[in-house]
Design a binder for this molecule. Structure first.
Ligand code: GLU
Length: 305
């Protein structure tokens, strides 16, 4: 089947080095396979959206020579598709209404690898007198095992280790886990290359695909770029936006960070030359598996040759 990949940024700020790594890896992998590469703007979370960020991200991708196919899809236009999926899940008895407030969820949750695990308070019915706020997935029991192209074989007991994820939030907005599964299938995505912060969400997405009768793409999770001190780059003040006016330092740094062979001088004559080289040179098996700290992505100093 022809390769179809995507990059799916959330417009919550400018493109930083961590997102650039995901963009470079998914683009290189798609082009190395002669595949299609789509961009999807994940603008579901309107309260967190930064005005102008989506356009800025698209401009930055272009400035790095990351040219996508077709028109970017915006999740804000896909509400009826998410509603339809939610109805199908509900008709199959796979959802339940949840009355818990944020503070109740936080109070009763267990800590988990992907964040707090919901205690399941409303799983067997709403507490008396409490109105429903959100809708959750009734996670089926059992262990999900998936082979990640970078991280290898991964197993998770989703009900135990991830919990019943939110599908529709208290403010009425559809949740990421639902939207990503619906859209990956609708766009015919069969290869997902993205940041390893989503590795622990993948088994839950697999269960949603199964429940909705949708195919499961191949997954590859690139290791996270950490800020000095071990914090996630995107959460750090060190998450400097990459500079669209001077893409080369961050581009070569992202390429090196992904463990790829250094681009020879002649491939640096233009972005088109670089990507032609990258298309042939890309080796996903060279991508390291562990998160590492990164330095200022826009500085030329210490880019290994
Ligand atoms: N929108 C998500 C993010 O920016 C990525 C979702 C995905 O690749 O599945 O972190």
């Amino acid at each position: 089947m022809a390769y179809r990949g995507r990059f799916a940024p959330s417009p919550t700020g400018a493109l930083h080095f961590g997102s650039l790594i995901a963009a470079v890896a998914s683009f290189a992998d798609a082009r190395a396979h002669g595949g299609v590469w789509l961009v999807r703007i994940e603008d579901l979370d309107r309260p967190r959206e930064v005005p102008g960020a989506a356009e800025a991200i698209l401009r930055t991708l272009r400035a790095f020579g990351l040219h996508w196919d077709g028109q970017p899809l915006r999740q804000s236009r896909r509400t009826s598709a998410y509603d339809a999926a939610l109805e199908r899940l509900t008709a199959r008895g796979l959802t339940y209404p949840c009355a818990c407030s944020r503070s109740e969820i936080a109070r009763d949750a267990r800590p988990g690898a992907a964040g707090p695990i919901y205690a399941g308070t409303c799983r067997n019915g709403l507490p008396p007198g409490r109105p429903p706020r959100s809708t959750r997935l009734r996670t089926p029991p059992g262990v999900v095992s998936l082979r990640d192209r970078i991280q290898g074989e991964r197993s998770q007991d989703v009900a135990q280790d991830f919990g019943d994820c939110i599908l529709r939030r208290g403010d009425g907005l559809h949740a990421y886990q639902l939207a990503v599964v619906v859209d990956d299938a609708w766009q015919g995505i069969n290869h997902v290359v993205r940041g390893a912060d989503l590795l622990d969400s993948t088994p839950c997405q697999y269960l949603l695909q199964q429940a909705l009768g949708l195919p499961t793409p191949h997954y590859a999770h690139v290791p996270l770029a950490l800020a000095a001190g071990g914090r996630k780059l995107s959460k750090s003040l060190a998450a400097a936006p990459v500079d669209p006016a001077a893409p080369w330092p961050a581009l070569l740094r992202a390429w090196a960070w992904l463990g790829q062979a250094p681009a020879p001088a002649e491939s640096r004559a233009s972005l088109a030359d670089f990507w032609e080289y990258a298309r042939l040179a890309w080796r996903i098996e060279r991508v390291p598996t562990v998160a590492r700290a990164c330095v200022d992505p826009n500085a030329w100093a210490s880019i290994g040759d």
